[in-house]
Structures are given as structure tokens and as C-alpha cells.
Design a protein around this ligand. Structure first.
Ligand code: UD1
Length: 430
């Protein structure tokens, strides 16, 4: 199994280009099958979750072609199956977007119940409530969800919780329904806007994405287009926090600084210097980080996907901090690993109480999930000595060439897939 070997203590510096947003790409690739014409999507991150979704899209008969590394052409004209029943698809949460996309296009869909990161119970009741409001029957049996509608008719849906997944899924299902749909208490994340913009580029009529009320007028057909995905807010944030953790100086390039404001604000608050350009943000770490409190919230609040990285940085700040997780219930699984590196963190309920320490020391670690895994890499980069991180396939689900990009910033990190390779690298770095 692959692992990262990291020698910490280097201040990362330089520039790093940020790829397309994984969570936008998952919605957009699913949406692309809703037309029979060819769609070209650019800035698609080459990460595991995306490859799995593309495999499933091919599995139901659509044509998928990598034009070059980050551009994909999809043609949904040859889809011959509405049944997405593959063992591997369970591994990604966003498989459920095929449920909305196929229901919207063919008025029927069947998809294996989604998996994804184990960060707490992740119900899909809001998706189901939405599909039913459009006139679909929804049935769950044998680990599959089946939706079917004689006629799919626009409806008025008030979401009980703000859900990224349910908002995207209902935009997909309703954009080809008869009549008008209103989604209230919708999620406002940048990738919601990106999926809506993409659907509109295919001929859909969606207004209000980015606010909490989205209005959709159903259209009969969607057509081909070429579209470029927005930059990944969380990949950018992870590198910004790497600057803070290693007291480095990193410029994240090809980003939309507005999407990073909640992160920039927290970094400034703890003493880092944050300089915004038109499409870049430079973070200069502070010699002495200050403590603060953070609570995760739906956009434009502080993102739950940056919570572990924030805790790593606060664990190295002077004084006591509190990190409260309000979106997912089981998102502190990295804390035990971090405490083994010398941090002082106690979790009670949905809050982590952090007493800052002067340094971490390298240790043998295992990535518990995607973002927590990335956070442990930041901790290892800041730590004294060598760390070994196992289960990095979680990290590869969402970060393209993570180790390569870190190496260009000066990090001493290697991805190895045998004990022999690990020994060889450890010998080299001493
Ligand atoms: C998406 C992101 C994930 C991010 C999360 C919150 C993808 C593939 N994943 O996940 O990286 O951490 O948004 O920004 O885009 N909920 C319900 N019922 C539902 C749906 C959700 O109760 O039907 C609850 C969830 O349990 C959670 C909250 O709503 O507590 C938010 O979940 P949601 O926004 O749906 O997250 P995902 O779309 O799964």
C-alpha cells in the first residue's frame, strides 16, 4: 500500500497552481450526460473520485474521452442503462448525482446507495423529499435507490437542512421537468453556482444559484457546450494553511480570492499576512501564531472541509483555541493521530479544545479520511523529524499530485509503495 514519507521542519515557499474544484466537477460530469450532444469540460481535476465517476458514466454507455490531462469529452447520446450498480461506485458520495441526472433525462434512475468519507451519518432524506416533490416515486431496497416518474413536474421544495448534495441533485432533476421549480434554503457554495452555470450553458434556465432561493424553469432539451470548472477552494485553502503551519510563504495561483475569504480572514486573525491579487492569494506565515475560535458553517461560513487543517495550525498557535464542527458529527478522527505527534487537543461533543504547543514530532500515522489525511500531511510537514502516513488513497481522492506540488514548494516528501522504497528514502534524507 502506498504511503507518504515526510521529513518536517522545512518552511514551504513558492507558487502553486490550483486545479479544478472536485466537488463542482462531480456535479458537472453527472450533468453532462443529460444531453445527447458532446460536452467538453476543461479544468477537470485528475483525482480518484472523478475517475470513479467517469468509469460509472462509461459503464452506463456514455462515451468518455480524455482530450488531454484535464479536459474530458462526454457524450450521453449512447446511454443504454439507467442502472448504476457497480461495487466501486459505493466508494464515492457523489454517485447520487447520477440519480438526479438520469431521473431528469430519462424519468427513471437506479443507483447503489452512496458511501464516501466516513465523517458521520450522511442521510439523503432531502434528496428523496425533493424527487418526490417533482412527482417521482422513490424506493430503497437491496442497497439501491430507485426513482421513477410518469411525468416529472416542477415543484416547490423547502430544504430542512442546507445541503450541497440535495441542492445540486434537485437542480439536475428539475431542469428538464415540466414547469417551474423553486428550491428554498438552498446551499450557496461556489460549486452550486458552477453547476448551475454549466447547466445554463447547456440550455437550462436556472436563476438565483448562490442565494438561498433557486428558481428553475424546465426545458425540453439540453445541448452540447464547452465549459471550464472553477478552481478548488479546498485545495487552495490546504496550501494556504500549509504556509501557516510551516511558517512559510506560499502563493496559491489560478484561484478566485472571493471564494477563499473565510479562510483568509482566519489566517489574518491568527497573525499570518494574506495578500490578495486578482487570481492569486499569498500567505506569509507568522513566527508566532495566535489562538482563535472557529465554527464550521455552510458557505460563506468557514468550510467543514478545512476544519482539520485549521485545527493543525491552531495546535501550533500560542494559547487556547476552540474548533466547533456544526456540519458533520464525526470529523475529529485525526485528533488522536495529532496528539501522538505532541499536540494537546481534547474533543468533547462537536468541539475540539486545543492548547497550543511549540512543536510536533514526527510519527507513524494513518489518514482517517480525505481532508483529515491532508491535515496530517500539513502536521508532518511542520513536525520535527520523519513521519510515515498510511492510507493515503483517501488523500488521493481529492488532491491531484499532492506530493509533487508540495515538493515544488520545498517539502521533503515521497510517495512510496513498498517497505524497501520507504527505507531507501529514509536513508537518503537521514
Ligand atoms: C458536500 C461535499 C463535502 C462537504 C459538504 C459540506 C461533495 C461531493 N461533498 O457533501 O466535501 O464537506 O458538502 O460542505 O460535494 N444532510 C441531511 N439530509 C440530506 C442531505 C444532507 O440531513 O438529505 C445533512 C448532512 O448529514 C450534513 C449536512 O446536511 O450534516 C450537510 O451535508 P451536505 O451539504 O449534503 O454534504 P454533501 O453534499 O454530502
Amino acid at each position: 500500500m502506498e504511503q507518504y514519507i515526510i521529513k518536517g521542519g522545512v518552511r514551504l515557499h513558492g507558487e502553486v497552481s490550483i486545479g479544478g474544484a472536485k466537488n463542482a466537477a462531480l456535479g458537472i460530469l453527472a450533468a453532462a450526460i443529460m444531453t445527447d450532444e458532446t460536452v467538453t469540460i476543461e479544468n477537470v481535476p485528475n483525482v480518484r473520485d472523478i475517475r470513479v465517476l467517469l468509469q460509472a458514466i462509461e459503464g452506463i454507455g456514455a462515451k468518455v474521452k480524455y482530450v488531454y490531462n484535464n479536459s474530458v469529452q462526454i457524450n450521453g447520446g449512447a446511454i443504454c442503462d439507467i442502472n448504476v450498480d457497480y461495487e466501486y461506485i459505493k466508494k464515492i458520495r457523489a454517485s447520487y448525482y447520477l440519480l438526479g441526472a438520469l431521473l431528469g433525462k430519462y424519468k427513471e434512475s437506479q443507483v447503489t446507495l452512496p458511501g464516501g468519507c466516513n465523517i458521520g451519518s450522511r442521510p439523503i432524506d432531502q434528496h428523496i423529499k425533493g424527487f418526490k416533490a417533482l412527482g417521482a416515486e422513490v424506493d430503497i431496497s437491496h442497497g439501491m435507490i430507485h426513482t421513477k416518474a410518469e411525468r416529472l413536474v416542477g415543484g416547490h421544495i423547502y430544504f430542512d437542512v442546507v445541503s450541497v448534495g440535495a441542492t445540486i441533485n434537485l437542480m439536475l432533476a428539475s431542469c428538464m421537468a415540466e414547469g417551474d421549480t423553486i428550491l428554498e434554503n438552498a446551499a450557496k457554495e461556489p460549486h452550486i453556482v458552477d453547476v448551475a452555470n454549466f447547466l445554463n450553458a447547456m440550455g437550462a434556465n436556472i436563476k438565483g444559484a448562490g442565494t438561498d432561493v433557486i428558481r428553475i424553469k424546465g426545458v425540453n432539451r439540453l445541448h452540447g457546450t464547452t465549459y471550464s470548472i472553477i478552481p478548488d477552494q479546498i485545495e487552495a485553502g490546504t496550501f494556504m494553511f500549509a504556509a501557516a503551519a510551516t511558517k512559510g510563504d506560499i502563493t496559491v495561483k489560478d484561484v478566485i480570492p472571493k471564494h477563499l475569504e473565510s479562510l483568509s480572514a482566519k489566517l489574518s486573525e491568527i497573525g499570518c499576512q494574506v495578500i490578495e491579487g486578482d487570481d492569486c492569494v499569498r500567505v506569509i506565515g507568522s513566527e508566532e501564531l495566535k489562538c482563535t475560535n472557529v465554527k464550521t458553517l455552510p458557505y460563506p461560513g468557514f468550510p467543514t472541509d478545512m476544519q482539520p487543517q485549521m485545527s493543525v495550525v491552531l495546535a501550533l498557535a500560542k494559547g487556547s483555541s476552540m474548533v466547533t464542527e456544526s456540519i458533520f458529527e464525526n470529523r475529529f478522527k485525526y485528533v488522536d493521530e495529532l496528539n501522538r505527534m505532541g499536540s494537546s487537543i481534547k474533543v468533547e461533543g462537536n468541539t475540539a479544545y486545543i492548547e497550543g504547543v511549540e512543536k510536533f514530532t514526527g510519527a507513524q500515522l494513518a489518514a482517517p479520511d480525505l481532508r483529515a489525511g491532508a491535515a496530517l500531511v500539513l502536521a508532518a510537514l511542520a513536525a520535527e523529524g520523519i513521519s510515515e502516513i498510511e492510507d493515503i488513497e483517501y488523500i488521493q481522492r481529492g488532491y491531484e499530485d499532492f506530493d509533487g506540488k508540495l515538493r515544488k514548494l520545498g517539502a521533503v516528501i515521497e510517495r512510496v509503495d513498498s517497505e524497501k522504497e520507504a527505507q531507501k528514502f529514509k536513508l537518503k534524507i537521514g
